[in-house]
Design a binder for this molecule. Structure first.
Ligand SMILES: O=P(O)(O)O[C@H]1O[C@H](CO)[C@@H](O)[C@H]1O
Ligand SMILES: O=c1cc[nH]c(=O)[nH]1
Length: 237
């Protein structure tokens, strides 16, 4: 085994990787978008695939939910497999009625109330930006494809089910977070620590404002526009 958590041999993972939280979404992306595709890891059922997008080698792997999980995979992908560009393709919950179901949101910052950075290196950090190059590639590809993209800060939370004292409107007002998800901060932080590029492109799967939500099947499969945009952006240059 190449790492405690990834079974791929060195060289089996491309320098560019898409990272959905859900390993079945990774399988769906591999089967429906990549060519020359093969599975390269299934440790803990965290499926990973490598293949090509329009001729460029690219991999896709589930990260699981939450910062500890993506922290492990992104660290091993960078340190052991020499991955250079990591793009999260996830779902998020809207904190504002400016966002509707299935809208695409490009993270331009992640704000967190987690102690991930403190735990990693003893220094607290609550806000971090994605890599400007990769983020700009997503913007440019969206324009090229004529895909509507919203942009802004996301709240990366350790918690999916908050208690009654938590008020998402406070996070929206104080920190400008348009939506909540659970991994972007740790991905941006890990990539920054290791000198790699990272970004996050999210599809709105539910709204804390209207309490709408899309189905479990749709969470796995209805993210086509995000995937196509993510693949074009990560393979640009
Ligand atoms: O759809 P994914 O990428 O898993 O992202 C979101 O969905 C999960 C919670 O349902 C968390 O991982 C959150 O970040
Ligand atoms: O973390 C998440 C992801 C989607 N929707 C939420 O409410 N939270």
């Amino acid at each position: 085994m190449a790492t405690p958590h990834i079974a791929a041999a060195k060289g089996q993972i491309a320098e560019r990787i898409l990272l959905p939280g859900d390993p079945l979404r990774a399988k769906f992306i591999a089967e429906n978008w990549l060519t020359d595709v093969h599975q390269v890891s299934q440790v803990r059922n965290m499926l990973a695939f490598s293949g090509k997008w329009k001729g460029t080698p690219v991999s896709v792997m589930g990260t699981g939910m939450g910062m500890p999980s993506i922290g492990i995979y992104s660290w091993e992908l960078c340190q052991v497999y020499n991955v250079q560009k990591l793009l999260r393709v996830g779902s998020c919950g809207a904190y504002t009625d400016q966002l509707n179901m299935l809208d695409l949101l490009l993270a331009t910052n992640s704000w967190t109330d987690s102690s991930f950075a403190q735990a990693h290196n003893g220094k607290a950090l609550s806000i971090i930006a994605p890599s400007p190059g990769l983020t700009n590639s997503i913007r440019l590809q969206a324009q090229k494809q004529g895909v509507a993209l919203q942009e802004g800060t996301v709240h990366t939370s350790d918690v999916f089910y908050h208690g009654p004292a938590f008020n998402f409107r406070d996070v929206f007002q104080k920190h400008g977070a348009l939506a909540v998800e659970m991994e972007a901060f740790a991905l941006f932080y890990t990539a920054q620590q290791l000198g790699r590029e990272a970004g996050a492109l999210l599809t709105v799967s539910d709204s804390l404002v209207t309490e709408e939500g899309i189905s479990t099947e749709a969470r796995e499969q209805a993210f086509g526009p995000m995937i196509e945009l993510a693949l074009d952006a990560i393979c640009q240059d």
